[in-house]
Design a protein around this ligand. Structure first.
Ligand SMILES: NC(=O)c1ccc[n+]([C@@H]2O[C@H](COP(=O)([O-])OP(=O)(O)OC[C@H]3O[C@@H](n4cnc5c(N)ncnc54)[C@H](OP(=O)(O)O)[C@@H]3O)[C@@H](O)[C@H]2O)c1
Length: 312
């Protein structure tokens, strides 16, 4: 007998990864999922609804959910039949780049409110039901920046590191309740995310930042970051496919990176657990050998390298 479809709740489906994932799950040929695709501002629903096509109203419904608002979360769950979420995907997120001295504490806190506490708020809301039913899967869209720091992304990386520590800790307890946790760690993804971020960063003034640091940020970091996205950026479709596999797995992994092109950078961490090697090489590439960095990124962009999503 075919099993009942699993209810999947996804945050941040107005664009990018969330939107793509919602559509792929809703169009699952085996109809294994009933997707609740959420967004904080329902005026942005059109793109999702158009992409969902015939799945809309059948295997996909759209609902309002602001991960920073307790009432919004409670309201959203109250509309789900039985209130039971089988798979929660914490996808909503926001970025922040720039020299630390020029960023206010309030701005930094708002990144943590969305990326970290937003995910925690949703987990607290669905966990009692999952524990009662002794089943569930919590998927978290983390980042390679949850494993490795990147210059001028200090606060964003910290918010993703926080997720990694929180969910790895929780995974141990939840195994006792047959609930799985999966942290998906994409590298750069070609969504609105980086475009919005870099556009803001290129006009922001970062008051209080010394001219030398500002120069490094504008003249070295910003162009390198744009090139990194062009060279290594995965499509949201490829990353969503990797997440669909994680959700469909019989034994979901705790961690899954999606971009094989990022592997050499990540390997530096394992090669030297003291962390010196990665910090030195990242420093040299940006500040001392920008031409080598530029050349390496061009090589990566040439297209002769293997598929960006791990074939698992
Ligand atoms: N793009 C990358 O390079 C990359 C790489 C690694 C990991 N990630 C992670 O992937 C996830 C999705 O990002 P994306 O690349 O798809 O970017 P995106 O297109 O900008 O999507 C971000 C989504 O999060 C939503 N969001 C922001 N604050 C929210 C809140 N308080 N409540 C509910 N939704 C909120 C946004 O809604 P609005 O439209 O209302 O703002 C949007 O739907 C994020 O967690 C991001 O950190 C992205």
């Amino acid at each position: 007998m075919a099993s009942l479809p699993r209810t999947v709740l996804i945050s941040g489906c107005s664009s990018g990864l969330g939107l793509e994932l919602a559509v792929q799950l809703a169009r699952d040929p085996r109809k294994r999922y009933q997707v609740v695709a959420t967004m904080r501002d329902l005026r942005k629903r059109e793109t999702l609804e158009a992409a969902a096509g015939e799945a809309l109203g059948k295997t996909l419904t759209v609902a309002q959910l602001d991960v920073c608002d307790d009432d919004s979360v409670a309201r959203c769950l109250s509309h789900i039949e039985g209130g039971d979420v089988d798979v929660l995907v914490n996808n909503a997120g926001t970025g922040l780049v720039g020299p630390l001295e020029g960023l206010s504490i309030a701005t930094m806190q708002s990144v943590f409110d969305t990326n970290f506490f937003g995910a925690v708020r949703l987990v607290k809301a669905v966990l009692p039901g999952m524990k009662r039913r002794r089943k569930g899967h919590i998927v978290v869209v983390s980042s390679v920046m949850g494993l490795q720091g990147v210059t001028f992304n200090d606060v964003y990386a910290a918010s993703k590191f926080a997720l990694e520590g929180f969910f790895e800790s929780l995974a141990i307890q939840l195994l006792q309740f047959n609930i799985s946790i999966s942290l998906v760690e994409p590298g750069p993804v070609a969504t609105d995310f980086e475009g919005k971020l870099l556009a803001q960063a290129s006009v922001a003034e970062f008051p209080g930042t010394d001219p030398e640091t500002l120069g490094y940020f504008r003249d070295l970091y910003l162009p390198a970051s744009c090139q990194l996205f062009r060279s290594m950026g995965q499509s949201p479709r490829d990353v969503a496919k990797a997440i669909v596999k994680v959700i469909g797995a019989t034994r979901p992994p705790l961690r899954r990176q999606t971009n094989t092109r990022y592997v050499p950078l990540m390997a530096l961490r394992d090669l030297d657990p003291s962390g010196r090697l990665y910090v030195r090489i990242a420093h040299r590439l940006l500040f001392r050998w920008p031409r080598t960095l530029h050349f390496s990124l061009r090589c990566l962009a040439c297209g002769c390298l293997p598929n960006r999503v791990r074939p698992r």
